[in-house]
Design a protein around this ligand. Structure first.
Ligand SMILES: Cc1cc2nc3c(=O)[nH]c(=O)nc-3n(C[C@H](O)[C@H](O)[C@H](O)COP(=O)(O)O)c2cc1C
Length: 188
């Protein structure tokens, strides 16, 4: 079974990102077609990028980088759960990406974005050129959630509309399509 990591890109106190990621993760768990792992960058807790060598050489000095490398390398695909911060994606996510190189290369990437009126789409558009440095295959269909703050009930549970649930399932379907084509290439 292909392994998909769902990467939570926001790390601030009081963030909604973890709840959005948990929601997407739960939809995937019910489908039972992927080995899913939630990767919360707040828990990974990387310092600002401090490796002395370019990550493309893979000769990491720090234990935090070695651990991050092993974890990311274990997945076939990633779904980046990202808010929009100032028309882009959070610095914690850029930091986590910059730490590595070959671990991301040729893998499949999907997006769950959220924000205000633009639903985090500008964050995804900013993320794409970064991921293209790793030659990642980016799934066209996305989950883009507008006005995220209005989608929590009085108990603080994330309750997006059915259209978002449908979009999440389409994203999982497309991840499966690309993984099927990419995993054999990666193993060559
Ligand atoms: C520093 C900062 C910048 C933001 N910039 C934008 C923005 O450019 N566009 C937008 O739609 N929402 C913006 N927002 C609102 C966020 O999308 C919203 O607060 C969301 O909950 C942030 O995700 P998080 O709670 O997981 O951190 C911004 C929020 C913060 C904290």
């Amino acid at each position: 079974m292909a392994k998909v990591q769902i990467i939570v890109g926001s790390i601030r106190d009081n963030r909604v990102g973890r709840k959005v990621a948990d929601w997407f993760y739960d939809i995937g768990l019910n489908r039972k077609d992927f080995d899913l792992e939630l990767v919360d960058l707040r828990e990974v807790d990387l310092p600002m990028f401090n490796e002395p060598n370019h990550p493309r050489f893979g000769n990491y000095v720090y234990e935090h980088t070695k651990a991050w490398s092993a974890r990311v390398a274990s997945a076939d695909a990633y779904v980046f759960v990202t808010p929009e911060y100032n028309h882009s994606f959070p610095s914690a996510l850029k930091n986590a990406l910059d730490y590595l190189s070959a671990e991301w290369r040729f893998k499949t990437a999907g997006f769950v974005s959220y924000g205000g009126v633009a639903a985090g789409t500008r964050a995804v558009q900013a993320l794409k050129p970064v991921l293209s440095c790793f030659q990642m295959a980016m799934v066209l269909e996305q989950v883009n959630i507008p006005f995220v703050g209005a989608l929590f009930n009085e108990d603080g549970e994330f309750k997006p509309p059915q259209a978002s649930v449908d979009a999440a399932n389409v994203l999982y379907d497309r991840l499966g399509f690309w993984i099927e084509h990419q995993v054999p290439l990666l193993k060559k």
